[in-house]
Design a protein around this ligand. Structure first.
Ligand SMILES: [Zn+2]
Ligand SMILES: [Zn+2]
Length: 127
């Protein structure tokens, strides 16, 4: 086993990861574009309309929360603006619509785990 071989292995692993990520991005882009072609550019919850630059605020929600389930007729998709989409997912730890870019670096959402939130309230009450 030479050092070269180890390096090649790592390189190959990196390549595989990069490729998987690219495929995923590509797939997400594809279903978003397909969904945008299928549906009017309106949020399914608040009914706001999106066009031009703001269109990127309109995201594809998967009704069954399975982003691998992408039927061509769009029956598993719903167009939601980022705000309504956030609400829809607020009970889940779900990176579906962010891909790899999970806000706050993939840690627990601040809302679900605030060890000191109760403490601050207690202190306030004492004052
Ligand atoms: Zn909305
Ligand atoms: Zn969603």
């Amino acid at each position: 086993m030479s050092q070269d071989e180890t390096q090649t292995k790592t390189e190959r692993q990196k390549q595989i990861i990069a490729e998987a990520r690219r495929n995923r991005e590509l797939r997400e882009k594809t279903y978003r574009e397909r969904a945008l072609k299928l549906f009017p550019h309106v949020c399914g919850k608040c009914g706001r309309e999106f066009s031009g630059k703001r269109l990127k605020e309109l995201t594809v929600h998967h009704r069954d929360h399975d982003h691998d389930n992408n039927p061509p007729d769009g029956s598993n998709w719903e167009l939601l603006c980022i705000y309504c989409h956030d609400n829809e997912h607020s009970r889940y730890v779900d990176a579906e619509w962010y891909g790899d870019e999970v806000p706050n670096g993939g840690q627990e959402p601040a809302s679900s785990n605030k060890p000191f939130a109760g403490l601050a309230d207690l202190l306030k009450k004492k004052e």
